[in-house]
Design a protein around this ligand. Sequence first.
Ligand SMILES: NC(=O)c1ccc[n+]([C@@H]2O[C@H](COP(=O)([O-])OP(=O)(O)OC[C@H]3O[C@@H](n4cnc5c(N)ncnc54)[C@H](OP(=O)(O)O)[C@@H]3O)[C@@H](O)[C@H]2O)c1
Length: 264
Amino acid sequence: MKLDLTSKKALVTGSTAGIGFAIAQGLDAAGAEVFINGRSQERVDAAIAQLKKSNPASKARGVAADCGNAKGVALLQSKIPSLDILVNNVGIFEPKPFFEIPDEDWMRFFEVNVMSGVRLSRHYTPGMVKAQWGRVIFISSESAVQIPSEMIHYGTTKTAQLAIARGLAETVGASGVTVNSVLVGPTKSEGVGTFVNDLARQGGVSQEQVEKDFFKTMRPSSLVQRFLSPEEVANMVVFLCSKEASATTGSALRVDGGVTRGIL
Ligand SMILES: NC(=O)c1ccc[n+]([C@@H]2O[C@H](COP(=O)([O-])OP(=O)(O)OC[C@H]3O[C@@H](n4cnc5c(N)ncnc54)[C@H](OP(=O)(O)O)[C@@H]3O)[C@@H](O)[C@H]2O)c1
């Protein structure tokens, strides 16, 4: 199957690094005009340069804006009038015991992980419906269905994304616009890579050992017993963005290495 996204305009939030960057790279390689997003112009420019290096035909552009508040999202919207593909990827996580999570953290997690996607979907989806074609994707997590007790606020925002995606899919119905969420498992993105590196240095062990121990103690249900690569996640997302995925809507799809137990 050759996926062709030529003439499609796509925004991937939080795409200067990690899973977002891999998704942007996949869409870019399929011919889409991709907008990179991150908080600083410097990181946005560096990501675009990296894309152009791997794909000389790249049409990538960028908008530096903080998706964690209404002002930043409004800036994005003012720079990009319409979209065919919206990937709500931006997301933050931080382990913290429930009894120590103040209101401010709850609100910050909701602003970045939930409201960024709500605001952007509310703005861009009507245009897609009018054009009778569009793709909206929410990058959620296995933590949406297996709430991590070490970061309940994060898990809660990831569950909320599933609800929004399903509700929006029902709202747009048979319009030609599909809306889906992707439940991602532990992935070696920039943030996780740094975390593993730090643990290895502190413990005087190899990164491979840290990874092995993490899966043995923290994620024993993982069938692959390793971190996924951002590209493995991106492959599913690029497919969902394609014309070929026209029958998949209102779904919560897993790219989690089998960590989520249960058949459905
Ligand atoms: N990695 C995992 O194991 C894993 C597992 C399940 C689900 N997920 C989900 O996958 C998504 C991506 O995670 P990741 O691990 O790839 O993240 P990451 O490596 O930490 O990458 C963060 C990206 O988000 C951008 N970003 C952060 N805050 C932003 C903000 N307020 N506004 C705009 N951009 C912002 C960063 O850009 P700048 O620094 O340039 O601003 C960077 O491009 C998240 O929704 C996460 O919940 C990840």
